[in-house]
Design a protein around this ligand. Structure first.
Ligand SMILES: Cc1cc2nc3c(=O)[nH]c(=O)nc-3n(C[C@H](O)[C@H](O)[C@H](O)COP(=O)(O)OP(=O)(O)OC[C@H]3O[C@@H](n4cnc5c(N)ncnc54)[C@H](O)[C@@H]3O)c2cc1C
Length: 344
């Protein structure tokens, strides 16, 4: 059995650490306490892409593995992280409503997740609305806190340490391998390999208890997600070219605007406003596995992007399988797939 250093205490690092530990390996997880996207994320998963009304990439497979992995965390840690919550999509115009209808009529692959819905929760929308099942959210910060607490308690083969690591440190003494799961903290090091992790700036609001009392998520390009304590999360913005996690001035009105048509929220409803940097990959697929035979000890789990909660568990499962059994890396998530890849 090998001894692994997993660098990063966000969702990627935690999923990787758990997957290796679950497989019987010894794992030390190290985190520098830097800003983490996972601490800001609403944690939503949704098998449907609303832009084209199609399934997201390998929706069923990702959802199945995600449900299994988060259930394993729940059994281990005693928390409840996985919440199934339907999404109501307010159709933006008649053409969009027609696409939705056509998908249902032709039995398109997406039709197993979607249906039409009339006046959900008494709300009426000019062009109608549809509903998605199989969606929900994962309480990522609670999962990360509970996992960290377990690791700090030093159960067999698992430990936590505060600290930093970068490529120039190499493989620290006492380890057989290292998983680099630093999110945007890995941008500069991965650039040397010709791998781009692109920071995508995003912001989310927390609304006061009672501001949104429905039991579904409403998506009107921006979304509002109910929370068990009566609060709601409202998000999200997506911006390129902002390299720090500061709140942008215009974002509050951008986030609230789609809901003002129905007189739903205003700035008095906002309790909290947070921003973070998503580690995005150029082709929106994660980067999973080893980079080079010259550095066989080094593997990455990064590029979880906007859908880390859904794609992260299978990515971590693949990673562990590759590292422990030499199963070849999947073409679509192999970090060396980019034309810009450059072996160092
Ligand atoms: C506003 C917003 C909303 C989002 N909403 C959703 C959503 O609804 N659903 C969804 O699936 N995803 C969502 N995401 C995306 C999701 O947050 C990411 O996919 C995921 O959290 C990325 O996890 P990560 O572990 O790669 O990165 P992070 O969470 O950023 O973790 C990186 C960790 O690495 C550590 N680190 C960095 N550098 C070093 C170093 N040199 N040494 C040691 N440690 C280091 C940091 O301290 C940090 O803990 C959202 C993101 C944002 C910003």
């Amino acid at each position: 059995m090998a001894r692994w250093l997993v660098v990063g205490g966000g969702l990627a690092g935690t999923l990787a650490a758990e997957a290796l530990w679950h497989a019987g390996e010894t794992v030390v997880q190290r985190d520098a306490g830097l800003p983490s996207a996972s601490r800001v994320a609403a944690g939503m998963f949704n098998p449907v892409s609303f832009r084209r009304v199609v399934e997201v990439w390998e929706a069923e497979e990702h959802r199945t593995v995600a449900a299994q992995v988060y259930a394993r965390f729940e059994r281990l840690l005693g928390g409840v992280y996985w919440h199934e919550v339907p999404v109501v999509r307010a159709f933006p115009n008649a053409d969009y409503a027609a696409v939705w209808e056509a998908r249902l009529a032709e039995g398109h692959a997406v039709s197993k997740w979607i249906e039409r819905v009339d006046e959900p929760g008494g709300l009426s929308f000019a062009h109608g609305a549809g509903r998605v099942q199989g969606s929900g959210w994962v309480h990522v910060p609670a999962l990360l806190d509970d996992w960290k607490a377990l690791a700090q308690n030093q159960p067999e083969r698992l430990a936590w340490e505060s600290g930093s690591w970068q490529w120039s440190d190499g493989l620290p003494a006492g380890y057989d391998g290292l998983v680099d799961a630093r999110g945007v903290g890995a941008v500069a090091d991965l650039r040397q390999w010709g791998i781009q992790v692109n920071p995508n700036h995003g912001e989310v609001l927390t609304l006061r208890p009672g501001a949104w009392s429905h039991s579904f998520t409403l998506n009107a390009n921006k979304w509002v997600l109910p929370q068990p304590d009566g609060r709601a999360r409202l998000g999200a913005t997506y911006a390129w070219g902002i390299e720090d996690d500061r709140i942008q001035q215009a974002s509050q009105s951008e986030l609230l605007a789609p809901f003002t048509t129905w007189g739903l929220f205003n700035s008095d409803d906002i309790e909290e406003h947070r921003a973070g940097l998503r580690p995005a990959s150029p082709d929106r697929r994660p980067m999973v596995g080893k980079l080079s035979l010259r550095h066989p000890w080094y593997a990455v789990l990064n590029g979880l992007g906007t859908r880390g909660v859904l794609v992260g568990p299978r990515a971590a499962q693949d990673l562990a399988r590759q590292l422990l059994t030499d199963v070849p890396q999947r073409d679509l998530t192999n970090p060396t797939r980019f034309r810009s890849f450059n072996e160092i």
